[in-house]
Design a protein. Structure first.
Length: 94
């Protein structure tokens, strides 16, 4: 769990502040896809992430919600490179 404190202000606040979630065994995360959450958690523990046009939306949404800045940065880099290579119209279609 220590890695989550380093990468995520969301989890750091949840588990260190006087919040209800701090004492719960199960925490329900709303408005987040399982795939996006899995990618972000894998990044937190491995420092590796695979971003594609199929998962960019879920990963970026999850990383933004959980405040995992390194993943947000990788998503932005990915989008910039894809827009440079494929053009903006490609991304407006997905």
């Amino acid at each position: 769990m220590y890695h989550m404190y380093i990468f995520s202000a969301y989890f750091r606040t949840m588990f260190t502040a006087n919040m209800l979630e701090r004492d719960l065994e199960i925490i329900e995360l709303k408005d987040i896809s399982a795939d996006g959450l899995e990618c972000v958690i894998k990044f937190i523990y491995t420092n590796k992430i695979r971003i594609s046009t199929k998962n960019i939306h879920d990963i970026l949404h999850s990383a933004t919600l959980l405040q995992v800045d390194p993943v947000i940065g990788f998503c932005c880099q990915y989008l910039q490179e894809e827009i440079r290579v494929r053009g903006l119209n490609f991304f407006l279609k997905i």
